[in-house]
Structures are given as C-alpha cells and as structure tokens.
Ligand binder design. Structure first.
Ligand code: G6P
Length: 609
C-alpha cells in the first residue's frame, strides 16, 4: 500500500504535495518522492529511501517553483525500499512522470517487450513500465496515451501521470486501488484518500474501478480505459482530518476490517492467473527442498498461529506430509526434531516478534529450509529465511489484527498449493478449483461485510454475557479460535475457542444462559458433526450464534442468531467466517467504551521473549 498525491493549479505545488504526503504516511514510509514541473516545463525530481523527513531534508531550500506536481510515499511489496525503486518514475525521454499504488501483474512481459523495443528501464519496479508505455503511445494528448498504456496492463493500480509539455494537466486512473479527485477553486488534486487534500477542499469525486480522469485546474473529465465517458457525482466530505486518516471510520480496526476485500485483492495479485493457475515465484528456488522434505513445522504467535493452522491443514491435505503448528514460545525451548528434511514456515505480520524469530533462527541453524510469511519488508524474519512471501496487505495500525489474518490465510494457501505442485500431489483440476475460489474471494469478502450489517445490534443483545465459547471443527476451527481471540483482545470479555468435539470433554460445564455458544458452522466435510456438538450446547440452555453459509436452510432452527457468509472453498472458509466475528468483537468493545485500536496490556509487535 502506497500513498499518492497530485496537484495542478495556481499555487506552489511543492508544499501542498509534501503536506499531502504527511497525511498519507500512515499508508507506508519506506521511501518518499516528488516530481515538480515549472511553467517553463522544467522537471525537478527527488526521491529518498526512508521516512518523509528524509525527502524534506533533501529538498529543503531547493524546491523549485512549480504549478504542477506528483508525490508518493511507498510501502514496499516487491523491490527493495531504496532510492532507485522510490517513485516517481520516468520514461526514456524524461517527459512523462508516473506514480503508482498497486501491482501490475504482467509487468515482466511488459518490461521485456519494452526492452526489446529499445527502452532503457532504470529501476526494478512494475511502475516504470507504465511510464514507458505512455511514452510509446503519446501523440500530444496525455489522457489518450495513458488509456492506451492501461489497456496493456493487468492488475491493481491507482496511478497519477503528468507530461512536462502539458503543465496544467494530471491524468489519474483507478483499478481496485483507491484514488480520489479533489476539486478546488481553480485548482485540482488527486490522492489515495481524502486525508491528503482535506486541508484544501471538501469537494471530492470518488473514482470507481476502471475510471480514467483527465484533470485540469478547472475540472475533471472521466472516461473508461477505452475513452467512453463516465459520470461521477461530486461528494461534499465533512470528515475531520483525523477521521479522514481512518477513512471516515471511527477506528483503524473498523477501517482495516472493511479494507479486507482490497487487502485480499492486493495480496493475491500476481499469485493466481485468470484461468486459476496458482503461482508463488518467491519460493521457486525451494522447489527441490519442497520435493525432499518429510515434515513441515509452522511457527507463529497469536493471530498468526491461527492462520498457520489453516496452512498446516492445507499442506497436510494436499501433500500427505505431516504438518503442524507450534507457538513460538514453545517451539524454541521444546523444539520438534529438526533437520534439512524439515520445512519450517514462520508466520508473522510484523516480522519482528521475538518469540517467532528465535525458533526460526534455531531451525535455520539445524539446516531446515525456511519460508517466512510476513507483511513487513526488511523485517528481522526476512533475514532468517531462504524465501519470503509478503502478505501485501498494507500497514495495519490497529493492534488487533484483521486484514493480516485473512491475507496470512490466503498466502499460506498459495504456499501450500506451491508445495503440493512441486511434489506432484495437486492435480490440475484441484488447482484450478482452488485458484478460481481465490479469485472470487475479494468479492466474497465484500459480500460478507454486507451480510454482517446486523452484527452491531447483535453485539448489543449479548452485552451482558459472562463469557463466550467459540467452536469449530476441521477448517472452521481456526476461525473460531481467531474469533475468540479478537473478542478477548478488544472487549476484555472472556472467550474460549475450542474444537467442537472437545466441548463435551470438559468446557461444556461452562455453558448456560450467560455463556453463549458461537458456532463457526460454515459448510464443510464435518458440518453434521459440528451441528451435533451445537445441539449438545443448546441442550444446556446456551444461546447459539451461528456463522453459516448462505443458503443453509436448517441452521435457523438451532441458532438464536445467524450471520451469513458466502460459499467458498472449504480451505478458504476461515477468511469469510472471521469477518462477522471481527465485527462482533469490535462492536462489543465499542459498546463497552474500550480503547479499540490500542487495547490495554497489548502491543502490536512484541520484540521480547
Ligand atoms: C502480538 C499482537 C497480536 C499478534 C502477535 C503476533 O501479541 O498483540 O495481535 O497476533 O503479536 O504478531 P506477529 O507480528 O508476529 O504476527
């Protein structure tokens, strides 16, 4: 996730853009860059690795006067966070400047084609390819050239483009990544979100998928990539700057829960083709190790350990290899047998959790091949691993994880598929079925959010509960465990996550009117078994909340409250099931007046053992 901002108008562009970047820094701060064009068409570019302050120091006292400009704050996904890969990027002639948020999935082909046609690309980025495609298509009209370039691009993007010879014109485009237009009095703005421009205008056009905007100081013309006109209504935004950083939501947690469809889209970009083939180029170098290993050990803490359970189940199902999860704090001092035939997968959002790093380092010293699954480029865990798969979920600010849980699950599923493919144990039909389910997942997550509209009222109804028992079986168990953890973390109400079949072996004694049962009862191979366990709880007067698959006719008869989620591949079901449970935890915590984004006693990243 990166932040982009652009300005065209009569005022000095430099300070407006730097102030905009400051508002967008929450989106990432691996590098920052700015490009300015003077009235005479002179281009000034500066970019610096690290926080915005580095860029500010670099341009202090030498920011040229400019009427138009673009600026970018980067959150690295692919390509190291250095000066070279920092945005903006230019074409061969230096006339065209581009900034970009997202991933161009076919960038390798595009770059190869451009190089074969004589272009010189100076960075490792996908973004630079766009600048050169615009250069090829440019015949005096920047918007036409951008549309022609985008017709060759696949993936997710928000871009802003300017041409040195057209000093009052910005062109922007959006595909699955946010971009807004701000309309001022004789000036105009482009930005990743309204936080960046709220100090200057409240008149906003929210672009939609496939929109291309041709922006001048006096107004905006919107088309699709083919050039057909589109209309977008102007919105008057009345958020405070602080609320704007949270996208208009009251808390980062709620914003991040709602960002999950986009986070999934970004995370899956480049990993599943349109036909459903699954790719994990980051682990290609480990193909031989994947064939050789005889066991898989996953290590993680907290939320990441529940995502790891889904990964372990999928690896075991699809390869036949024994695969298990051990929490980091146990793994290090009571380690499983480790050798070069044990694949170790470390799962950590921050990449800095000491309890996860220490056992991973230990495993590396024993000769294990290691894959890290993390959200954070340059984090400590990446130095312990032979290969790294990044979540590409964007920064997560709320302490309680949401979008990083769902993207950990999908990234581990992609990894599990890659291991199984390397071993020849995942048939093409199985791969395509999974691939298609992954492709449908962002939309399904958006639908799960819509279907959860009654969750706030439901949370109110259960506010008096003494505690909650969350249950699941097979693939639905990790969702139950994560749902219970969310509730504990933010509401401070005791909640236990349990294997449904184990309920009768002890914890069933906790159930009564004051201790409801939350059943993750999405469709699965063990659905009927789980329902029997729910009936056992119901017989003890427990009220039942069920998370169930749309179309499940029978569940209404045994649950007091049902929250629906769309149908998906069984291995992906925790991604959707967790969404209403995250919301349930959130609204319960809000009703209790808790500090949702920074719950007591917790830290986002725990760097001590
Ligand atoms: C802390 C956080 C948890 C998180 C855990 C693991 O305890 O409060 O929300 O799940 O660390 O974090 P990691 O960054 O390794 O995924």
């Amino acid at each position: 996730m990166c932040g982009i901002v652009g300005y065209t108008g009569p005022r000095e562009a430099g300070p407006i853009l730097i102030e905009g970047l400051r508002r967008l820094e929450y989106r990432g701060y691996d590098s920052a860059g700015i490009a300015l064009v003077s009235e005479a068409g002179d281009l000034f570019v500066e970019k610096k690795a690290g926080k915005l302050a580095n860029l500010q120091t670099a341009i202090a006292d030498r920011t040229p006067s400019a009427a138009i400009g673009l600026a970018h704050t980067r959150w690295a996904t692919h390509g190291r966070p250095n000066d070279l890969n920092a945005h903006p990027h230019q074409d061969c002639t230096g006339a065209i400047t581009v900034i970009h948020n997202g991933i161009i999935e076919n960038f390798r082909e595009l770059r190869d084609g451009l190089e074969a046609r004589g272009h010189t690309l100076t960075s490792e980025t996908d973004t630079e390819a766009i600048a050169h495609l615009v250069e090829e298509a440019y015949a005096g009209d920047l918007a036409d050239a951008v549309r022609a370039a985008l017709r060759q691009c696949e993936g997710a993007y928000a871009i802003a483009v300017m041409h040195r010879g057209e000093t009052d014109r910005l062109v922007g485009a959006r595909q699955n990544v946010p971009l807004v237009v701000g309309l001022g009095d004789g000036e105009a703005f482009l930005a990743s979100d309204v936080a960046a421009i709220l100090a200057h205008t409240r008149r906003v056009l929210f672009l939609e998928e496939g929109d291309v905007v041709d922006l001048r100081p006096w107004g905006a013309t919107i088309t699709n990539v083919e050039g057909a006109p589109r209309e977008r209504a102007e919105t008057l935004v009345d958020w405070s700057p602080e609320a704007a950083e949270k996208g208009g939501y009251d808390h980062f947690m709620l914003k991040e829960i709602h960002e999950q469809p986009d986070a999934l889209r970004q995370s899956l970009a480049g990993r599943v083709s349109t036909s459903g083939r699954i790719h994990a180029p980051e682990v290609a170098a480990l193909t031989e190790a994947f064939r050789r290993v005889t066991r898989v050990e996953l290590v993680a803490c907290g939320t990441a350990s529940y995502a790891a359970l889904v990964g372990a189940a999928a690896i075991q199902d699809w390869t036949g290899l024994p695969a298990r999860v051990t929490v980091g704090s146990e793994f290090r001092y009571s380690p499983p047998p480790l050798d070069e035939n044990t694949l170790v997968i470390a799962v950590t959002q921050s990449g800095e959790t000491a309890d996860t790093i220490a056992p991973t380092r230990w495993a590396r010293e024993q000769g294990c091949p290691i894959v890290a699954v993390t959200n954070t480029v340059g984090s400590a865990i990446t130095r312990e691993a032979n290969a790294v798969m990044f979540l590409q979920a964007g920064p997560e600010i709320a302490v309680a994880a949401s979008k990083t849980f769902v993207t950990q699950v999908t990234t581990l599923i992609v990894l599990a598929a890659a291991i199984a493919k390397a071993r020849g144990s995942l048939g093409l039909e199985q791969e395509l079925e999974l691939g298609q389910a992954l492709r449908a997942l962002p939309e399904a997550a958006a639908r799960a959010l819509e279907l959860a509209k009654d969750v706030p009222a439901m949370a109110e109804r259960y506010l008096g509960a003494r505690g909650f028992m969350f249950i699941g079986r097979g693939y639905t168990l990790p969702g139950a465990l994560e749902g219970a953890l969310k509730l504990k973390e933010v509401s401070y109400i005791h909640a236990e996550g349990y294997a449904a079949g184990e309920l009768k072996h002890g914890p069933i004694s906790l159930l009564d009117l004051e201790c409801p049962l939350v059943a993750v009862a999405t469709r699965s191979r063990v659905y009927d078994k789980l329902i029997s366990n729910v009936m056992e709880g119901r017989a003890r007067d427990a009220r039942v909340i069920a998370v169930a698959t749309e179309g499940d006719q029978g569940i209404g008869r045994i649950a007091d409250d049902v929250v629906w989620v769309p149908e998906t591949h069984e291995a992906l079901s925790p991604v959707l099931a967790v969404i209403p449970l995250q919301l349930f935890a959130y609204y319960t915590a809000v009703a209790r007046g808790n500090d949702v984004d920074q719950p007591r006693n917790l830290a986002k990243s725990v760097t001590v053992e």
